[in-house]
Ligand binder design. Structure first.
Ligand code: GLU
Length: 442
């Protein structure tokens, strides 16, 4: 185990790091509000970056060592919070950026949390179910010293799910020799998880879209949507949004995209995707939306350039960048993934009058219901699903309205407005702990 508090996110060959790009959003914020320099200085550096080697016995008896990370970005407002990602492209740079976004997101939603993120460099589809369990338990053993219900609370992210969170909570309880379900959220409902958590990210995104639609006097039935990414968040969003009257003309997963002018039924597409899978781990499917024969296959670039009302980005970061941003014809981009639009692409979209509903608001439903799960775990009293959903709606509606109002009042982008609100809350907490001005004047 190595702890490197300085954490220099590794440089992606010739490319600006994701973290450097993520940080440029703060420059925009600091132009609009006069904050103590302490805030700027503090938000440049992750508080703790841990990189671990996880030795794992494979099914064939061989030993393989996997690399994992956990980065706690800032804990000024409370214990750090954020998911764990399993992906072959995980890097310290990516995890650091994601932990930064979690810090902003928790502040935007006014949750009593700072931000963190974790990840393992692995393609989970290559592992058997037992290997996946051993790896997940191994990861928690390596990071057990820095997590805890009052310190840092992980959750699911890309290619992790409730089963994996259940294994991790169980491993943590064995290490600590006591039941501490609040150490992790997004657990199965049978293992102290919260009702409503699985669909929460998609549901929250729908609430944000509905608010926007209402505010701008748009009609869902007249709107067409294309969605890139058909994982947990993308699927539940599509399912709920169709129920709410929106029409989906294109859906893409990592393998390909399909298009239908008459509209797609997200549930049917998912059924098909699941039916045609070749189950390796029983948790990840090899099927793909592009096996859905009845519809026209299109490329990912074609999907991004479709003339739809809303382009929903629910896959990974950096999907819309300076090379392809000009091709976007949608009037509205809904960021369900974390960081799907780069800062350079932001400027191009703005020039082309494309409105972006930002990730730190749009996908915050997941961490908000994670917060509810943590509250229920600590209180020992469990809520009905309707209570979870009502509380989520109240929170999202309130914060979305504040962001929309501020953007209008200051004539700034919705992203800058969201960051402004979040950063001011973080700044408030930093200031209360004492700043340069306080100590110099005192
Ligand atoms: N991974 C999700 C996110 O990026 C959820 C995090 C959480 O629930 O803590 O927001």
């Amino acid at each position: 185990m190595s702890i490197n508090p300085q954490n220099n996110p590794e440089k992606n060959k010739n490319m600006k790091t994701i973290f450097a790009d993520a940080q440029t959003r703060l420059n925009e914020v600091f132009k609009h509000v006069d904050l103590t320099d302490d805030v700027e200085e503090k938000l440049k550096h992750p508080k703790l970056s841990l990189s671990v080697s996880i030795p794992m016995r494979m099914d064939d008896g061989s030993l393989k060592v996997f690399t994992g990370y956990r980065v706690q970005f800032d804990d000024t407002r409370g214990p750090t919070k954020g998911g764990i990602r399993y992906h072959p492209d995980v890097s310290l740079d990516e995890v650091t950026s994601l932990s930064f976004w979690m810090t902003i997101k928790c502040a935007v939603m006014d949750l009593p949390f700072g931000g963190a993120k974790g990840g393992i460099i692995v393609n989970p589809k290559d592992l058997s179910r037992l290997e996946l369990e051993r790896l997940s338990r191994g990861y928690i053993r390596e990071i057990a010293d820095i997590v805890g219900p009052k310190r840092d609370i992980p959750a699911p992210d890309v290619y992790t799910n409730s089963t994996i969170m259940g294994w991790m909570a169980d491993e943590y309880a064995q290490i600590k020799r006591e039941q501490l379900p609040g150490v992790i959220t997004g657990k199965p409902v049978y293992l102290n998880g919260s009702l409503g958590r699985v669909a929460a990210t998609g549901r929250g995104a729908l609430y944000v879209l509905q608010q926007w639609v209402k505010r701008n006097n748009l009609q869902p039935a007249e709107m067409t949507l294309a969605v890139q990414g058909f994982g947990n968040a993308g699927y539940h969003f599509a399912r709920l949004a169709r129920e709410a009257g929106f029409k989906f003309v294109a859906i893409a997963d990592s393998k390909g995209a399909i298009y239908s002018e008459e509209g797609l039924e997200p549930e049917k597409v998912m059924e098909h995707k699941e039916e045609h899978k070749d189950i390796k781990t029983m948790m990840y499917c090899d099927g793909s939306v592009c096996d859905f024969q009845r519809y026209q296959k299109i490329s990912m670039e074609e999907l991004l350039g479709l003339d739809v009302d809303v382009l929903v980005l629910a896959a990974l970061e950096n999907q819309v960048h300076k090379e392809n941003a000009d091709r976007i014809k949608a009037k509205l981009v809904l960021e369900i993934a974390n960081g799907p639009v780069t800062s350079e692409a932001d400027a191009i979209l703005k020039k082309n009058y494309v409105t972006v509903l930002p990730d730190v608001l749009v996908n915050a439903g997941g961490v908000t219901v994670s917060y509810f799960e943590w509250v229920q775990n600590r209180g020992g009293l469990y809520w009905e699903e309707s209570e979870v959903n009502d509380r989520l709606k109240n929170k999202i509606d309130r914060e979305a309205k504040a962001i929309f109002d501020l953007a209008e009042e200051k004539q700034i982008s919705l992203r800058t407005a969201a960051y402004l609100i979040g950063v001011q809350r973080i700044a408030g907490a930093i200031t209360e702990k004492g700043t340069k001005e306080y100590f110099q004047n005192g």
